[in-house]
Design a protein around this ligand. Structure first.
Ligand code: IPE
Ligand code: IPE
Ligand code: MG
Length: 250
């Protein structure tokens, strides 16, 4: 990073909600002649660094895409290794995250997940529920389409009258209920797709793709993403002139 040229944090507009598609562990490992699992381990270690950076930069909500509903289709051995890493991270990191003031949320489904792992997730949520410094929202066994289907099923079960269904009500049935939409979606490893991540919530998010593989996406890389985000002009369908006049309103 060209430190000299980076504006200070005080000049940046820090997004309220940053969401990251943590991709490229496999390629990071391959580049080093290591097994994919080694990439996943390095990716898990990197998460710690990025959480610390999010706290440092004052990001209130960080959503991380840890495991998609489609990732079950990977080779059994890789899925097993990933589950082992999640269980270890849960065991080893939760108390430290708690000390740090991190409040853990989960989006996705816990049914069908190893009972020990799902119990670990529930315990982590319960332990950290009153923490205020950072909401760490973990998308695990998460798929945007499944989330929408799950919401629709629950609306039908509640006999929700069709005329009562508006965007706000729909939002309240999603796993992300209570959380604002992401302002910034980061995807590491150079892919330019959303891969079933927050497909409803990211409707107006700013997208930041970076070629950096996830295990190398460190504090300075996150800072660069925030600098880039600060230069974006979020219009939400309006014109520049409208946005500028809004900014001058009392
Ligand atoms: C992201 O890295 C980790 C998960 C999807 C669980 P990948 O494993 O997808 O790494 P690449 O894309 O193969 O490099
Ligand atoms: C997206 O990465 C899912 C996670 C990061 C958990 P993938 O590696 O699974 O995405 P695709 O398959 O390249 O779209
Ligand atoms: Mg990938």
């Amino acid at each position: 990073m060209v430190n000299g040229k980076m504006p200070p944090l005080s000049e940046l507009s820090v997004p309220q909600h940053v969401a990251i598609i943590m991709d490229g562990n496999g390629r990071w490992a391959k580049q080093r002649g290591l097994p994919r699992q080694a990439g996943h381990r390095a990716g898990a270690e990197n998460l710690r660094r990025v959480i610390n950076a999010a706290v440092e930069f004052g990001i209130p909500i960080l959503t991380i895409y840890a495991f998609s509903t489609e990732n079950w289709d990977r080779p059994k051995l890789e899925v097993r290794a990933l589950m082992k890493i999640f269980a270890r991270v849960l065991n080893q990191e939760v108390y430290e995250l708690h000390e740090q003031g991190v409040c853990i949320h989960h989006i996705g489904e816990l049914e069908g997940v190893d009972p020990k792992l799902s119990a670990g997730v529930r315990n982590a949520i319960e332990l950290t529920k009153d923490n205020k410094r950072l909401i760490l929202n973990v998308a695990f066994n998460y798929g945007g389409r499944r989330e929408i289907l799950h919401a629709v099923r629950r609306m039908l079960e509640d006999n929700l009258p069709p005329e009562q269904l508006d965007e706000q009500t729909f939002d309240s049935y999603l796993f992300t209920n209570g959380l604002p939409d992401p302002d910034l979606v980061i995807r590491t490893s150079g892919e330019l797709r959303i891969s079933n991540f927050l497909i409803w919530q990211a409707a107006y998010a700013e997208f930041y793709p970076t070629p950096t593989y996830w295990p190398d996406f460190d504090r300075d890389e996150l800072y660069k993403a925030l600098v880039d985000y600060s230069s974006r002009n979020r219009r939400f369908g309006r014109t520049d002139a409208q946005i500028a006049s809004q900014a001058t309103l009392p």
